[in-house]
Write a protein that binds this ligand. Structure first.
Ligand code: SAM
Length: 268
């Protein structure tokens, strides 16, 4: 990501103190150039993927809790009754398209993590078929407004997989906005860190070990020297990685080489 791509930071800064900006930030064109730009067509494709891979889970998801994500920042919403009506009864089916990306990606993260660590699937999880209760610590680099974090907590509510702590690292004002939103929505297992803390090696908030690193359209798109700073400070503490990146070759550290010499270097 280049500095000119950071138009959302100014919106985040203003949303911290100006309630009018906070109440509408998901409609701000500067914000939408970086985040909250999933189209309805793309959302429908995510729903198709949801049906294909996790069809039996859709009716078990708490869509009311997930919909709460749209109560923040006044996102543009669209009608998804054709998709959802046969799975769940809701008072209305208007959702922001981004929610479908977060739900699909969230289930994909959980499914890949469970397969890797326990051999079970997200379907086993929702059918209460995990052998043991699992608790995990997650760190996310570049968390937007915290939407993926919120929806992961919602997808895992009352299941056999619990998030013990969830740390998000982001730019200063973006991080403060994440804190404002997720505190308002009562997610209390969060820790927030800024990129400046990483650069200045103020690492006391970091845990010595994370079960899972998530970075979607984040780490993979940063400049190489920033990625390397994260490798030294954060990534080396993480056992498993889930990274989505666009248009760029991922750093060789993350290439899932079957002959790798480090046995605990695991891309999901
Ligand atoms: C395209 S957004 C993706 C957000 C989120 N992962 C999602 O899927 O909705 C990129 C995120 O990376 C953050 N970011 C940019 N530079 C960063 C840095 N040096 N360290 C951590 N996060 C950074 C941005 O503020 C933003 O939250």
């Amino acid at each position: 990501m280049n500095p000119q791509d950071y138009s959302h930071v100014d919106v985040c800064q203003r949303a911290l103190t100006d309630e009018n900006v906070f109440n509408n930030f998901k409609r701000d064109s500067n914000y939408c150039s970086v985040l909250e730009h999933v189209t309805v067509t793309l959302a429908r494709k995510y729903f198709e993927l949801l049906k294909e891979r996790f069809g039996s889970v859709i009716s078990k998801i708490n869509w009311v809790l997930i919909k709460e994500n749209d109560s923040i920042g006044n996102p543009v919403t669209a009608e998804f009754s054709t998709e959802l009506k046969s799975y769940v009864a809701l008072s209305n089916y208007k959702f922001s398209p981004s929610i479908f990306r977060y739900v699909y990606t969230g289930l994909d993260i959980i499914d890949k993590y469970l397969r890797k660590v326990t051999g079970s699937t997200v379907i086993d999880l929702y059918n209460d078929n995990l052998q043991h209760h699992i608790e995990i610590d997650i760190v996310e680099i570049g968390g937007g407004y915290g939407g993926q974090a919120k929806i992961l907590f919602d997808l895992l509510a009352n299941t056999g997989l619990t998030i013990r702590t969830y740390t998000i690292i982001d730019l200063c004002y973006v991080s403060q906005l994440q804190n404002k939103i997720l505190t308002k929505l009562c997610y209390d297992k969060m820790k927030y860190m800024t990129y400046d803390m990483i650069v200045n090696l103020e690492l006391d908030t970091l845990l010595p070990h994370y079960d899972l690193l998530i970075s979607n359209y984040g780490l993979g798109e940063l400049r190489i020297e920033i990625i390397e700073k994260y490798l030294e400070t954060v990534v080396k503490r993480c056992q498993h990685y889930y990274i989505i990146y666009n248009g760029r070759t991922i750093h060789s550290y993350f290439i899932n080489d079957k002959n790798q010499s480090e046995p605990d270097k695991n891309c999901l």
